[in-house]
Design a protein around this ligand. Structure first.
Ligand code: PFF
Length: 447
């Protein structure tokens, strides 16, 4: 086992975790899930899910990582529960699965930066998306994106991930604020804000059953839960950070960037008169509808480059956190340097991502499976472990360095034990129901 690194600074940990949380989940999925699930009603459920379920579940992952200072699989053994290593393994597999297709979308983003500069998609946004999102070109772009991710992770925690995210996270926030200010001047801005921000009580009540599982799933995904990321990142925390305030800063910043994404995307879509509830469905949401917007507003090329540039930075700072999960596991267990491990894991990811790069139907399938099965199962198992198996020990770890707010430890424990577990069971049940009973055989035959 090699000497384990730690974050050089406390903001280093917080920024890296924000970098992980802020990603395609905020900029790509959040706007289109909002559009197809009732607009502001979805946003309202999502915010509640983030605070009541996502935040406590994130603290549960932090507790495991910081207490053990080891990768997400061996952590369970170090806590004295060897058989629970399976839960860590599930989280690692979940992360590997998700990263395989995330790289493909990262590749699309690379293409869209170049495409924006040339105005390549202005004439036919749908046709352009079809050409770059699947087949050999998508495979090549996937490989390029993956090479960037591998390069950063190979440099290590302090010199790679920490340095990169210290630069990336502030850039994302500043550029998103700039973009939001620009789109505020577009004629469709008012209608965009209205759709995004004023929930319709009727829609909320009528569709609660179908919206809630999406809102909870989105909360997990956007906070990078259930993928062993937060366990791994917190395992590099050296000192006695206050996990509660660190977690709060991460959750708040992540939510703000998601809201900013909506404030950027919806005014553009309503300015060009897109039919937002259908144009934005599916994988092409950001790429087709938003790109069409850049094609018809002043300075569209410039703003297209900036917008997709932000999306690229956000996707990269998330993807590195997920590659780090597997690299940390291998690095803790074998005496192989990360300069060898990162590319080796990268090859495996590339191969698993090939179907998604070849055909977007596979990408959608991989994504649905992750959302409806892997993620909720993994979050559920972790919550049961922290809440019911280690219980009071977890509270003691949370209280280390937490000062006065540590008093909330008891409330947190019961939230994890009851609320998180119940919410995940509900999501899992509804998700499996949809996959097997509603979609039935169709789900397993994407073509
Ligand atoms: N929170 C991340 C996001 O919203 O994009 C989730 C994530 C996905 C992290 C894929 C890392 C990753 F590779």
């Amino acid at each position: 086992m090699s000497d384990r690194e730690t974050w050089a600074t406390r903001p280093g940990f917080i920024l890296a975790a924000i970098g992980s949380a802020v990603g395609l989940g905020n900029l790509w999925q959040f706007p289109f899930k909002t559009a197809t699930n009732g607009g502001a009603a979805f946003v309202a459920f999502y915010l509640v899910a983030v605070v009541l379920i996502g935040f406590p579940a994130m603290l549960a992952e932090f507790v495991i990582g910081r207490r053990t200072h080891v990768n997400a699989v061996d952590a369970f053994e170090r806590l004295g529960h060897r058989q629970w290593r399976a839960v860590g393994a599930l989280a690692v597999v979940t992360g590997f699965w998700i990263l395989s297709y995330y790289n493909v979308v990262g590749g699309w983003v690379l293409r869209y930066i170049l495409g924006s500069a040339r105005g390549a998609y202005f004439a036919d946004p749908g046709g352009y998306f079809g050409a770059v999102s699947a087949g050999p070109e998508a495979v090549l772009a996937q490989a390029l994106f993956l090479a960037l991710v591998v390069g950063i992770v190979a440099l290590g925690i302090e010199d790679g991930i920490e340095k990169a995210t210290k630069l990336m996270v502030p850039s994302i926030v500043v550029l998103m604020v700039g973009l939001a200010a620009w789109v505020a001047t577009l004629p469709g801005a008012g209608a965009g804000y209205e759709f995004f921000l004023s929930p319709d009580l009727g829609t909320m009540v009528d569709n609660a059953g179908s919206i809630i599982p999406f809102a909870v799933g989105q909360a997990f995904f956007t906070l990078s839960l259930g993928m062993a990321i937060m366990v791994t990142y917190s395992s590099y925390v050296g000192g006695e950070d206050n996990l509660i305030t660190d977690g709060g800063a991460i959750v708040v910043t992540n939510t703000l960037v998601g809201v900013l994404a909506g404030l950027v995307v919806f005014p553009i879509l309503l300015t060009i008169g897109a039919d937002i509830t259908s144009d934005t469905t599916g994988a092409g949401a950001l790429f087709v509808a938003t790109a069409a917007g850049f094609g018809s507003v002043p300075f569209g090329r410039l703003f297209g480059v900036v917008f997709f540039g932000v999306v690229l930075i956000a996707a990269l700072s998330s993807a590195i956190s997920l590659l780090e999960v597997t690299v940390a596991y291998a690095n803790d267990n074998y005496d192989i340097p990360r300069t060898v491990l990162a590319p080796a894991v990268g090859v495996g990811l590339f191969l698993l991502g090939l179907p998604s790069a070849w055909d977007t139907a596979w990408l959608t399938w991989f994504d649905s499976f992750a959302y409806q099965v892997f993620l909720p199962l993994s979050v559920l198992a972790t919550a049961v472990f922290v809440g019911w198996v280690i219980g009071e020990d977890a509270v003691a770890e949370l209280r280390e360095g937490a000062g006065g707010i540590g008093a909330a430890g008891g409330v947190w424990l019961w939230t994890v034990r009851v609320l998180v577990v119940a919410a995940v069971l509900l999501t899992l049940g509804l998700g499996i129901n949809e996959m097997f009973l509603v979609d039935g055989a169709d789900f397993f035959a994407p073509f």
